[in-house]
Design a protein around this ligand. Structure first.
Ligand code: SAM
Length: 284
């Protein structure tokens, strides 16, 4: 593993698994997908063994601060509703939806993450129908869902974010609900370091060039993460016909000493690490 330059403000939640070079440069949708699917396949086993207990097999955690949907209530009531999770991983959140009476369905780019979903379906007896696919081309008919959400799911991994948000608008019924958590955009000013180094701004908030890892051996792009400012998110949602009702910036709870990538008490006590948006699709 090579050293990541301290100026690289990625919000990757796991260390690269091969020697890499870090760059900030434009990357299109196809290259982002080509890199991130295999990256999540490689990382899935480690991700689930490291974070599975914290997430809960049928739990709904919005981010490293540990805020749950039981406490946040961003989705609204899910009972009797058709609910799509985008970037569903092992389906923990969608299993929570099913426990609460919703018809939760998952979609994820990573085959290995979906194998973990199947494993947990069998272990819990709560099955989440899931498909392999990408956020920018949802394989569902128009107006199929009442609610769609992402808990640190696909959104920061796609280049074509207008398309991804438009796809959510397409598959939601009029008045439908969209909720998602992402790395708080202000975090992109700082190195991805859970210690005091991560409190010293080193990068422009307005630099939208994605964080890119290049495999030193193959020369191929091996991981990509995209950054949008808070203003960008407001504009994106408004342009796709959503009215924003909620922006949560969870505080780091007292006594919570978990370190998750660049998230920690040291940083979390000073500023937000996660942003959670809730928005309603206008009735046409
Ligand atoms: C940080 S995980 C979050 C998963 C789950 N919500 C959780 O809390 O464990 C991000 C997920 O997004 C998926 N993903 C990345 N890019 C995607 C894309 N373009 N379309 C759909 N899923 C994607 C990854 O495979 C991964 O499972």
């Amino acid at each position: 593993m090579s050293d990541t330059p301290p100026v690289a403000p990625d919000s990757r939640d796991h260390p690269p698994m091969r020697p890499i070079r870090v760059e900030r440069r434009a990357i299109d949708e196809s290259a982002s997908r080509h890199a991130n699917g295999p990256d999540w396949d490689r990382y899935a086993d480690d991700y689930q063994s490291t974070h599975g207990e914290f997430l809960g097999d049928a739990g709904f955690v919005w981010g490293p601060e540990g805020l749950t949907e039981d406490d946040a209530g961003v989705l609204g009531a899910v009972a009797g509703k058709d609910v799509l999770e985008i970037g569903s991983g092992a389906g923990q959140c969608s299993r929570w939806v099913r426990v609460h009476g919703g018809r939760g369905i998952g979609l994820d780019l990573s085959h290995r993450q979906l194998q973990h979903a199947r494993r947990l379906d069998e272990a819990t007896g709560i099955g989440v129908p899931s498909v392999r696919g990408t956020a920018t081309a949802l394989p569902f008919a128009d107006a199929s869902f009442d609610i769609s959400f992402c808990a640190f799911g696909a959104l920061q991994f796609v280049a074509d974010i207008d398309r991804a948000v438009a796809e959510v608008g397409r598959v939601l019924r009029p008045g439908g609900r969209f909720a998602f958590s992402i790395t708080h955009p202000t975090r992109w000013m700082f190195p991805d370091d859970p210690g005091p180094e991560g409190l010293v701004a080193s990068q422009s908030y307005w630099d939208r060039r994605p964080y890119v890892e290049v495999d030193e051996e193959s020369g191929e792009v091996s991981y990509v993460e995209h950054h949008r400012t808070l203003g960008d998110w407001v504009a994106l949602l408004a342009a796709a016909g959503f009215t924003i009702t909620t922006l949560l910036e969870p505080e780091w709870p007292d006594g919570h000493d978990r370190v998750w990538g660049g998230w920690s008490a040291t940083r979390g006590k000073v500023g937000p690490g996660t942003a959670i948006f809730g928005a309603d699709l206008l009735r046409r």
